[in-house]
Ligand binder design. Structure first.
Ligand SMILES: Nc1nc2c(ncn2[C@@H]2O[C@H](COP(=O)(O)OP(=O)(O)OP(=O)(O)O)[C@@H](O)[C@H]2O)c(=O)[nH]1
Ligand SMILES: [Mg+2]
Length: 578
């Protein structure tokens, strides 16, 4: 790593006249609140004082031929600028304020008791960022691990700008502009020739002061910059912490947060598109629209109960219409949510059947690669193999299992046990049977056991004969894994069993979290009860109660209502730096 030949200020020296120690102590020590440190014994005899405060090392040296420095001066950055000025004023020291801010910060000039010029600069964190952030400043690498063209390190929090000042050698960063900087670590050692971007609060992704460093793409560099920022007072960000702060600052709603998590985790292009739809706040807009339709009837109902003589009850027919419409929309939201869930999580497909039926051959055909071992020895597959492939942009997690039969050795029996588990838990069963031979007892048994489940019965090896083929309930296919037509039919059947004929509409708003599904289910239940009350001509205040429940459930979908655990669960899905 490059080092500058001369890189860091070690200390500052200001001259004072002989015998000036006490006056200097009162000014520098008491008023400016610099901490005095003892001079080394061998130098103490010469008189003068030493101070140390933060990164400041100030030496006051006795000059027997003293002349005050009127132009040359030291500028101190004061984190408690206002109280320093107040102390100076109380001590009767004249403060010359400069109306022109210095890099956006207030500053002034004072003279020490000997006439030396001293500049003071306001280094207090900006009020906006202080308010938005009582939390520690965080830092993390924002780009994926590994070698890349650039890596980005992000710092967020009230100290982001002062940390940037330390790491850039106090280069002024114009807000939202890329500035080329020579990055140094906390000790002044050169790190990288980088770009720095400053986003002052509140106009940043997190609502706090944010500084980004765009470095050359070596992982070690990014780690070094993070380490240096931590040495300057930041702390390593937890997973999702940037997004969490953005959410708490109102920069993102909960759909947006979930959408980002999905987007990061999206394995297929269609899942990414679905995530983007919600990032635009599509869900929030739909919920707000539904609640606005409830507002008028709810107000009228309340008024008619409170002032029965003045306000008429709302008419029942339009009320029933509204209830019906909302029911329809929420049911659709629920369905779309299921599709979204499908896109995120994929569907599980267990390939089961008697030994030697061609299960592993089928997995390989579906994957388009020789993943599982295929042989004509029954009991080839011992352990379950899980692989994923995509149909219509939906991830299908296919599990090839050991052939199920009664008489098996110990190892095979363990494999068969796993097959049984996959059989129980998969969403879709793909039962593979050998079409060319009479159906075995195991085949009969599996056919009977899978009855009533979402299943596809595949009579394989039709190229060798079809003696086992017979009508079965549900989806069934007769063919061979060696025929392209059979593969097409199988893929269509998986889509049919997995998500039906309704093609996933990815751009529609959808529910993303379990809590949202629960809230919609509660709203639907209350709507059904309202519809029943209206149909039975019951008192309208009962309907009003139901509608208030609907409204409360919908309100639960808003970010304000999100519980702490719900948030924790969501943000834990992120990786560090997001
Ligand atoms: N002719 C023909 N042979 C097939 C077909 N499908 C699979 N085979 C053969 O049948 C034998 C068994 O295939 P596998 O895919 O290993 O069968 P499996 O169901 O995984 O068997 P186990 O792992 O032992 O349970 C292999 O020799 C395959 O080449 C087919 O459609 N036609
Ligand atoms: Mg096999």
């Amino acid at each position: 790593m490059k080092r500058y030949a001369t890189a860091r200020v070690d200390h500052l020296q200001i001259a004072i006249p002989a015998g000036g120690e006490d006056a200097a102590r009162a000014f520098y020590g008491t008023l400016l609140a610099l901490r005095e440190v003892p001079k080394p014994a061998e130098l103490a005899a010469r008189g003068g004082l030493w101070f140390r405060s933060g990164s400041i090392a100030l030496h006051l040296g006795i000059d027997s031929d003293f002349h005050p420095a009127g132009k040359a001066h030291v500028a101190f950055a004061c984190t408690e600028y206002a109280s320093v000025l107040a102390r100076l004023a109380a001590a009767g020291i004249a403060v010359a304020n400069d109306a022109l801010p210095f890099e956006g910060r207030a500053h002034c000039y004072v003279a020490d008791p000997f006439g030396n010029r001293i500049e003071l600069i306001d280094d207090a964190p900006s009020a906006a960022s202080e308010e938005a952030n009582a939390e520690p400043t965080i830092v993390a690498v924002a780009t994926p691990p590994g070698q890349g063209a650039i890596s980005v390190v992000r710092v967020s929090g009230s100290r982001a700008r002062s940390i940037a000042a330390r790491l850039t050698g106090a280069v002024a960063l114009a807000p939202r502009h890329a500035t080329r900087v020579a990055l140094v670590d906390e000790a002044g050692h050169a790190l990288d020739d980088a770009l720095a971007l400053s986003f002052p609060a509140p106009h940043s992704a997190t609502g706090e002061d944010v500084v980004e460093f765009h470095l050359h793409g070596a992982p070690v560099l990014a780690r070094e910059v993070v380490r240096a920022a931590i040495a300057c007072g930041a702390r390593q960000a937890a997973p999702g912490e940037f997004t969490r702060r953005a959410f708490l600052a109102g920069k993102l709603d909960l759909d947006g947060v979930g959408a980002i998590a999905d987007l990061i985790a999206a394995e297929s292009a269609s899942a990414a598109r679905a995530a983007l739809a919600n990032l635009g706040g599509a869900l929030r807009a739909r919920i707000a629209e539904m609640r606005s339709r409830l507002r008028e009837p709810l107000e009228r109902l309340a008024a008619s109960i409170d002032f029965p003589d003045e306000v008429e009850e709302p008419a029942r027919a339009p009320l029933a219409d509204t209830v019906g419409e909302l029911e329809g929309e929420l049911a659709r939201l629920q369905r779309d949510g299921e599709v979204g869930r499908l896109l995120r999580e994929g569907v599980s497909l267990a390939i089961v059947g008697p030994p030697n039926a061609g299960k592993s051959s089928l997995l390989n055909t579906l994957l388009g690669e020789e993943r599982a071992i295929v042989s004509d020895i029954p009991g080839t597959t011992r352990d379950s193999i899980e692989e994923r492939f995509f149909i219509d942009g939906v991830a299908v997690r296919a599990i090839d299992t050991a052939g199920i039969r009664a008489h098996a050795d110990k190892l095979e029996a363990m494999g068969i046990e796993r097959s049984q588990r996959a059989f129980e838990s998969a969403r879709i069963l793909l039962l593979v049977l050998d079409a060319s031979l009479p159906l075995s007892t195991q085949g009969e048994e599996l056919l009977a056991r899978s009855e009533g489940r979402t299943r596809i019965v595949f009579f394989n090896k039709a190229d060798l004969g079809t003696s086992a083929v017979r009508p079965v309930s549900g989806l069934s296919i007769c063919g061979s894994v060696r025929w392209p037509q059979t593969l097409r039919e199988l893929r269509a059947a998986i889509a049919q069993a997995g998500w039906g004929t309704e093609h996933p509409d990815l751009e529609r708003a959808h529910l993303a979290f379990g809590e949202q599904f629960d809230a919609v289910a509660r709203a639907l239940e209350a709507l059904r009860s309202a519809r029943a009350a209206l149909a039975a001509d019951e008192a309208l205040d009962l309907v009003g109660n139901d509608l208030r429940l609907v409204d409360a459930a919908l309100a639960h979908l808003s970010p304000e209502a999100a519980s702490e655990e719900m948030l924790a669960g969501i943000f834990a899905r992120f990786c560090i730096g997001k």
